[in-house]
Design a protein. Structure first.
Length: 213
Protein backbone atom coordinates (compact mmCIF):
# COMPACT_ATOMS: atom_id res chain seq x y z
CA UNK A 1 0.00 0.00 0.00
CA UNK A 2 1.50 3.35 -1.02
CA UNK A 3 2.04 6.27 1.34
CA UNK A 4 -0.61 9.03 1.23
CA UNK A 5 0.23 12.09 -0.85
CA UNK A 6 -0.22 15.53 0.80
CA UNK A 7 -2.97 17.85 -0.40
CA UNK A 8 -0.38 19.76 -2.43
CA UNK A 9 0.26 16.65 -4.52
CA UNK A 10 3.91 16.07 -3.54
CA UNK A 11 5.35 13.51 -1.14
CA UNK A 12 7.32 14.86 1.82
CA UNK A 13 10.67 13.70 0.43
CA UNK A 14 9.96 15.61 -2.81
CA UNK A 15 9.35 18.97 -1.14
CA UNK A 16 11.95 21.73 -1.37
CA UNK A 17 13.98 21.29 1.80
CA UNK A 18 14.43 24.84 3.03
CA UNK A 19 10.77 25.90 2.71
CA UNK A 20 9.77 22.61 4.31
CA UNK A 21 12.08 23.28 7.25
CA UNK A 22 10.66 26.78 7.63
CA UNK A 23 7.10 25.43 7.62
CA UNK A 24 7.85 22.85 10.33
CA UNK A 25 9.85 25.24 12.50
CA UNK A 26 6.98 27.75 12.42
CA UNK A 27 4.81 25.36 14.45
CA UNK A 28 7.25 23.75 16.92
CA UNK A 29 6.64 24.30 20.64
CA UNK A 30 10.26 23.64 21.58
CA UNK A 31 13.59 23.45 19.71
CA UNK A 32 13.52 20.65 17.12
CA UNK A 33 16.59 18.44 16.80
CA UNK A 34 18.27 17.84 13.45
CA UNK A 35 17.59 14.12 13.80
CA UNK A 36 13.86 14.70 14.29
CA UNK A 37 13.63 17.10 11.37
CA UNK A 38 15.54 14.70 9.12
CA UNK A 39 13.19 11.86 10.03
CA UNK A 40 10.04 13.92 9.49
CA UNK A 41 11.21 15.35 6.16
CA UNK A 42 12.71 12.04 5.03
CA UNK A 43 16.12 13.55 4.27
CA UNK A 44 19.70 12.66 5.27
CA UNK A 45 20.82 14.19 8.56
CA UNK A 46 23.78 16.01 6.96
CA UNK A 47 21.57 17.57 4.29
CA UNK A 48 19.17 18.90 6.93
CA UNK A 49 21.99 20.17 9.17
CA UNK A 50 23.58 22.08 6.27
CA UNK A 51 20.24 23.55 5.20
CA UNK A 52 19.49 24.80 8.73
CA UNK A 53 22.83 26.59 8.97
CA UNK A 54 22.38 28.08 5.52
CA UNK A 55 18.94 29.39 6.50
CA UNK A 56 20.35 30.92 9.69
CA UNK A 57 23.07 32.69 7.69
CA UNK A 58 20.59 33.89 5.06
CA UNK A 59 18.31 35.46 7.68
CA UNK A 60 21.29 37.28 9.21
CA UNK A 61 22.55 38.58 5.85
CA UNK A 62 19.04 39.73 4.91
CA UNK A 63 18.62 41.50 8.27
CA UNK A 64 15.31 39.77 8.95
CA UNK A 65 13.39 40.54 12.14
CA UNK A 66 13.74 36.92 13.22
CA UNK A 67 16.64 34.47 13.40
CA UNK A 68 17.12 30.73 13.48
CA UNK A 69 19.09 29.55 16.52
CA UNK A 70 20.54 26.27 17.75
CA UNK A 71 19.48 26.21 21.41
CA UNK A 72 19.12 23.35 23.91
CA UNK A 73 20.10 20.80 21.30
CA UNK A 74 17.56 21.90 18.68
CA UNK A 75 16.56 24.63 16.22
CA UNK A 76 13.84 27.21 16.63
CA UNK A 77 12.85 30.64 15.33
CA UNK A 78 13.41 33.62 17.64
CA UNK A 79 12.84 37.31 17.21
CA UNK A 80 16.08 39.21 16.62
CA UNK A 81 17.33 41.03 19.76
CA UNK A 82 17.55 44.32 17.85
CA UNK A 83 13.74 44.35 17.64
CA UNK A 84 13.08 43.33 21.25
CA UNK A 85 11.49 46.69 22.07
CA UNK A 86 8.86 46.24 19.34
CA UNK A 87 8.06 42.70 20.47
CA UNK A 88 7.81 43.68 24.15
CA UNK A 89 5.52 46.56 23.30
CA UNK A 90 3.17 44.25 21.42
CA UNK A 91 3.24 41.13 23.61
CA UNK A 92 3.72 42.55 27.08
CA UNK A 93 1.85 45.82 26.55
CA UNK A 94 4.25 47.59 28.89
CA UNK A 95 4.21 44.87 31.52
CA UNK A 96 7.27 42.69 32.07
CA UNK A 97 7.15 39.36 33.86
CA UNK A 98 10.36 39.02 35.83
CA UNK A 99 11.77 36.49 38.24
CA UNK A 100 11.97 37.68 41.82
CA UNK A 101 15.39 37.90 43.47
CA UNK A 102 14.50 34.86 45.56
CA UNK A 103 13.60 32.88 42.44
CA UNK A 104 16.79 33.90 40.65
CA UNK A 105 18.92 32.84 43.61
CA UNK A 106 17.13 29.51 43.92
CA UNK A 107 17.36 28.82 40.19
CA UNK A 108 21.07 29.62 40.22
CA UNK A 109 21.73 27.16 43.04
CA UNK A 110 19.85 24.41 41.21
CA UNK A 111 21.66 25.17 37.94
CA UNK A 112 25.15 24.93 39.44
CA UNK A 113 24.61 22.14 42.01
CA UNK A 114 22.13 19.86 40.22
CA UNK A 115 20.83 17.37 40.93
CA UNK A 116 20.10 18.92 44.31
CA UNK A 117 17.46 18.58 47.03
CA UNK A 118 15.28 21.39 48.41
CA UNK A 119 16.97 21.24 51.79
CA UNK A 120 20.36 21.60 50.14
CA UNK A 121 19.17 24.65 48.19
CA UNK A 122 17.72 26.08 51.40
CA UNK A 123 21.07 25.51 53.12
CA UNK A 124 22.93 27.48 50.46
CA UNK A 125 20.43 30.35 50.49
CA UNK A 126 19.93 30.34 54.24
CA UNK A 127 16.11 30.45 53.97
CA UNK A 128 13.24 28.05 53.27
CA UNK A 129 13.01 27.85 49.47
CA UNK A 130 9.97 25.52 49.22
CA UNK A 131 7.59 28.20 47.94
CA UNK A 132 9.94 29.38 45.22
CA UNK A 133 10.82 25.82 44.19
CA UNK A 134 7.14 25.06 43.66
CA UNK A 135 6.85 28.14 41.46
CA UNK A 136 9.93 27.18 39.43
CA UNK A 137 8.41 23.72 38.95
CA UNK A 138 5.14 25.23 37.75
CA UNK A 139 7.00 27.48 35.32
CA UNK A 140 8.84 24.50 33.87
CA UNK A 141 12.30 25.81 34.74
CA UNK A 142 13.17 22.90 37.04
CA UNK A 143 12.02 19.29 37.26
CA UNK A 144 12.36 16.25 39.51
CA UNK A 145 15.46 14.11 38.94
CA UNK A 146 15.06 11.08 41.19
CA UNK A 147 15.80 10.80 44.89
CA UNK A 148 18.86 11.11 47.10
CA UNK A 149 20.01 7.59 48.11
CA UNK A 150 20.98 8.56 51.67
CA UNK A 151 17.85 10.51 52.65
CA UNK A 152 15.22 9.71 50.04
CA UNK A 153 14.80 13.45 49.40
CA UNK A 154 13.60 14.44 45.92
CA UNK A 155 16.36 15.85 43.71
CA UNK A 156 15.85 18.65 41.20
CA UNK A 157 17.56 19.77 38.01
CA UNK A 158 17.03 22.44 35.37
CA UNK A 159 15.03 21.67 32.21
CA UNK A 160 15.54 22.15 28.48
CA UNK A 161 13.11 25.05 28.79
CA UNK A 162 15.59 26.67 31.19
CA UNK A 163 18.35 26.29 28.58
CA UNK A 164 16.04 27.71 25.94
CA UNK A 165 15.11 30.76 28.01
CA UNK A 166 18.76 31.36 28.90
CA UNK A 167 19.87 30.96 25.29
CA UNK A 168 22.26 28.12 26.14
CA UNK A 169 23.09 25.03 24.11
CA UNK A 170 23.97 23.09 27.26
CA UNK A 171 24.90 23.44 30.92
CA UNK A 172 28.57 23.66 29.95
CA UNK A 173 27.83 27.17 28.65
CA UNK A 174 26.84 28.46 32.10
CA UNK A 175 29.17 31.26 33.28
CA UNK A 176 32.15 30.16 35.36
CA UNK A 177 31.27 29.93 39.05
CA UNK A 178 34.85 30.03 40.37
CA UNK A 179 34.84 33.76 41.31
CA UNK A 180 31.84 33.16 43.57
CA UNK A 181 32.76 29.84 45.16
CA UNK A 182 34.42 31.12 48.37
CA UNK A 183 31.37 33.18 49.32
CA UNK A 184 28.90 30.47 48.31
CA UNK A 185 30.75 27.77 50.27
CA UNK A 186 30.98 30.02 53.30
CA UNK A 187 27.24 30.67 53.27
CA UNK A 188 26.50 26.98 52.96
CA UNK A 189 28.89 26.01 55.76
CA UNK A 190 27.34 28.57 58.10
CA UNK A 191 23.76 27.57 57.39
CA UNK A 192 23.93 23.80 56.82
CA UNK A 193 23.66 22.79 60.49
CA UNK A 194 20.90 25.23 61.28
CA UNK A 195 18.58 24.37 58.39
CA UNK A 196 15.86 21.83 59.25
CA UNK A 197 14.49 19.22 56.89
CA UNK A 198 11.66 21.09 55.19
CA UNK A 199 8.31 19.55 54.32
CA UNK A 200 7.57 20.39 50.65
CA UNK A 201 3.87 20.69 51.43
CA UNK A 202 4.29 22.85 54.51
CA UNK A 203 3.26 26.56 54.34
CA UNK A 204 6.07 28.81 53.17
CA UNK A 205 7.34 31.02 56.00
CA UNK A 206 9.87 33.01 54.00
CA UNK A 207 8.19 36.30 53.19
CA UNK A 208 10.60 36.98 50.35
CA UNK A 209 9.93 33.59 48.74
CA UNK A 210 6.15 34.00 48.81
CA UNK A 211 6.33 36.43 45.92
CA UNK A 212 5.31 34.77 42.68
CA UNK A 213 7.53 35.02 39.62
Amino acid sequence: MSEPIPAGGRAVAELDLKPALEAVLMVVDEPATEEHLARVLERPHREVADALRELADEYTVQGRGFELRLVAGGWRFYTRPAYAAAVEGFVLDGQQARLTQAALETLAVVAYRQPVSRSRVSAVRGVNCDGVMRTLLQRGLVEEAGTEPETGAILYRTTNYFLERMGLRGLDELPELAPFLPEADAIEAETQEGVPSFDPDAPDTDADDKTEL
